[in-house]
Design a protein around this ligand. Sequence first.
Ligand SMILES: Cc1cc2nc3c(=O)[nH]c(=O)nc-3n(C[C@H](O)[C@H](O)[C@H](O)COP(=O)(O)OP(=O)(O)OC[C@H]3O[C@@H](n4cnc5c(N)ncnc54)[C@H](O)[C@@H]3O)c2cc1C
Length: 377
Amino acid sequence: MTALRPSTHDVAVAGGSLGGLFAAALLHRNGHRVDVFEESARGLRTRGAGLVAQNEIFTALAAAGLSDSAVPGVTSTERITLDRAGGVQYRQQATQTQLSWDRLYDALRSAVPDDRYHLGAAVDDVRLDGDRVRFRTAQGDHDAGLLIGADGAQSRVRRAVAPEHADNRYVGYAIWRGLIPESVVTADVAAVLFGRMAFYTGPGEHALGYLIPGPDGETAPGSRRYNWVWYRRLDSDALSTLMQAAGRSSDSTSLGPGQTPPDAAASLVEQALDQLPPAFAAVVGLESRPFLQGVLDYVAPRLTRGHALLLGDAAAVVRPHTAMGAAKAAGDALDLAALLQDFSIEDSLRAYNSARLPIARDIARYGVALGDALPLR
Ligand SMILES: Cc1cc2nc3c(=O)[nH]c(=O)nc-3n(C[C@H](O)[C@H](O)[C@H](O)COP(=O)(O)OP(=O)(O)OC[C@H]3O[C@@H](n4cnc5c(N)ncnc54)[C@H](O)[C@@H]3O)c2cc1C
């Protein structure tokens, strides 16, 4: 691999969520001409919940010229495991910081010029054509010197880069999530859950929760939000039935806030009372718009082809138990940006594949091991 004088490229990014924004913010700062094409017409701000802070996220924010204070966190000082009756089974001192997805999104979004972030622009019909990549969006035909597929678990860029193995595997359980203002949580429930990461594991169930900042990054007590996560066994037939009831295609695997049919949301609250410790059942009952994410396994056999590459969840969907999906996307973007500073696109892509594929495989394996250790299947 020969180092070159730094040069700049015209880069297209498919997907304007965290992975696409990490890449776009870093490459824009390094002087590349970057356009982000995001399928959603309305923007993504309301879709996220909580994230566990990892070093790569702050390294990438700094490299994009953003300070840590742009993404405030809430720190918890211990981990507890509850039993079904609500007693503390296990307690361990552990300091950890939790971030809010929306605040991280806003910070990264502010690092990409508005006229370079295109909403309602699903990337389709990707064709690798020598040193160019051609594709189509609702805005017309485009081509770029580099296409970054940051279009998530249902990536279409993946179908051009790794057509030999582009499909996710649903693993047989799903996560319900909720995000509620801390002010609606009663004092007795807050006394159990706040200030710590709380967990519960029972047959077919695994729940956890923690505080994150408020919608505008507020961290003062009274203005934060409580993020709960409830993994549940859900076979693929039951998942398809739920998707169809929600008016989605039977092969969809997620429902955003407000998309869960009211009877399914009501039944979730009833089952929480039946299956979870009282404090977790209480916070589940306070969320009127729970959202669902089917848990998927996928690692691409390759991350690059022609002048296109995969990054973030498009490259590998790691199980949420790892809490490393966003950090992996940040790491992908950091390595890519560093390589493009010194090397040609071809050499950078080769090195990116060699560096990031083993990392994706390791994190994915770790996630499978964490999932297999839970009674979810
Ligand atoms: C609610 C929630 C909580 C999470 N919690 C954590 C956590 O605690 N820790 C953690 O590390 N990770 C967490 N994750 C996962 C993490 O956010 C992702 O793994 C990480 O952000 C990588 O995302 P991504 O940008 O690669 O993919 P995604 O966030 O899935 O984004 C893909 C984007 O591409 C767009 N898109 C899809 N198809 C196209 C197309 N053809 N053209 C253009 N755009 C397209 C989609 O609309 C979407 O905006 C969480 C995810 C969710 C949803």
